[in-house]
Design a protein around this ligand. Structure first.
Ligand code: F6R
Length: 360
């Protein structure tokens, strides 16, 4: 049932090229540079949207954070993202599209927040992996991620499916609002279609990533840093390390390190730097080195600057920075997985956790 893999998590990590193909299947319209998705909104409603508000928990919340960077660029729409259990009585004004993200579609915190938010009378959309799950009954429309069942408690392929669903949504909103030209839509979608192959190339770096995991498996803390669209991936990388390897891990916006956490960096502290989105992170990587920390960089193929700062560079295939978020994610998943395996953790059923959290 695990298809020859020792754990469901590793199997599901390897299913990601296929999962992304499924999330994209039949939804790309090459000619118009547009996306086919039913959002439960008419053209006028899309054009007059003022903002998008996203509710989710855990890994799904990290997917939501990525939309906060993407939607303003593609669709000119500001995005609020809130952890569902912290949703208070935020006044949602007309013109807001409410998006709830939940792999299982059964997370109590997300369902309760969504019900509360809906009392403001706004339109709502769910992004979920489970057909007919409770969340789909509450919303006006659903985007399915179509990743197939996920058994491992740690979300992997469904997170990547959520990112891809959000990319599609951002492009659809952008095209419908004339914020993106057909040309720009085509460019983004062309690159998005290459993702399955690019993910496969990252999977092929598994031996190198396993060696890195081995080298740092005795660490008492891990840091993950990223900027812009890669900041949510830093949070997600740290979450994976905590939940399956039980190593304390902090995800930080790279520029924030010097505002406090740098005090925790000592000789040999591993700092994973996602370096595929802009030059600014190089100075943060140097700050780490100067304190004796070890930088593990995920950087684009041929990135000489990253290679000058650290010997530990995992090269990722070139793509647009926004889509490199998916490639960095896959690298972080493998790093957490191998660390947990080396430490003998119960990877598919980490202590104290359940696949779907149906209590508030
Ligand atoms: C972490 C993880 C959890 C879930 C969270 C929300 O790997 O899986 O953080 O993301 O419990 O679950 P869903 O997406 O089902 O609402």
């Amino acid at each position: 049932e695990r298809g020859g893999y020792p754990h469901f998590m590793l199997k599901e990590i390897h299913e990601q090229p296929r999962a992304v193909q499924e999330t994209l299947a039949g939804r790309i319209s090459e000619m118009e540079g547009d996306v086919r998705l039913d959002l439960g909104l008419n053209q006028w409603e899309i054009q007059t949207l003022q903002r998008v508000s996203i509710l989710a928990c855990g890994t799904s919340y990290h997917a939501g954070l990525l939309a906060r960077y993407f939607f303003p660029r593609t669709a000119g729409l500001p995005v609020d993202v809130e952890v569902a259990s912290e949703f208070q009585h935020m006044q949602l004004r007309p013109g807001t599209l409410l998006v709830a993200i939940s792999q299982s579609g059964e997370t109590a915190d997300t369902l309760m927040a969504l019900k509360k938010a809906k009392t403001c009378g706004v339109k709502s959309l769910a992004i979920t992996n489970v057909v007919g799950s409770s969340i789909t009954e509450i919303v006006d429309a659903t985007i399915y991620t179509r990743c197939g069942p996920e058994i491992g408690v740690a979300a992997t392929k469904t997170f990547v499916g959520q990112l891809v669903a959000l990319f599609l949504l951002g492009i659809r909103l952008g095209r419908a609002r004339n914020h993106l030209l057909p040309e720009q839509g085509r460019r983004l979608l062309g690159e998005l279609s290459r993702l399955p192959g690019l993910i496969q190339a990252v999977l092929e770096r598994r031996d190198q990533i396993r060696e890195i995991a081995q080298r740092f498996s005795g660490a008492d803390i891990y840091f993950f840093i990223g900027r812009d669209i890669l900041y949510p991936i830093a949070l997600e990388g740290a979450l994976k390390m905590k939940e399956i390897a039980y190593i304390p891990a902090e995800g930080y916006p790279a520029g924030e390190l010097k505002h406090g956490p740098l005090a925790l960096i000592t000789e040999g502290t591993p700092v994973v730097a996602f370096a595929t989105c802009g030059e600014k992170i190089y100075s943060n990587m140097k700050e780490v080195r100067a304190r004796g920390g070890e930088v593990i960089a995920f950087a684009a193929e041929g990135d000489r600057e990253a290679a000058e700062i650290t010997d530990t560079v995992v090269e990722l295939p070139n793509t647009l920075p926004v889509f490199s978020a998916v490639l960095c994610t896959v690298g972080a998943q493998l790093l957490a997985y191998y660390t947990a395996q080396i430490l003998g953790r119960d990877i598919d059923k980490p202590r104290n956790l359940a696949k779907s959290v149906t209590v508030e």
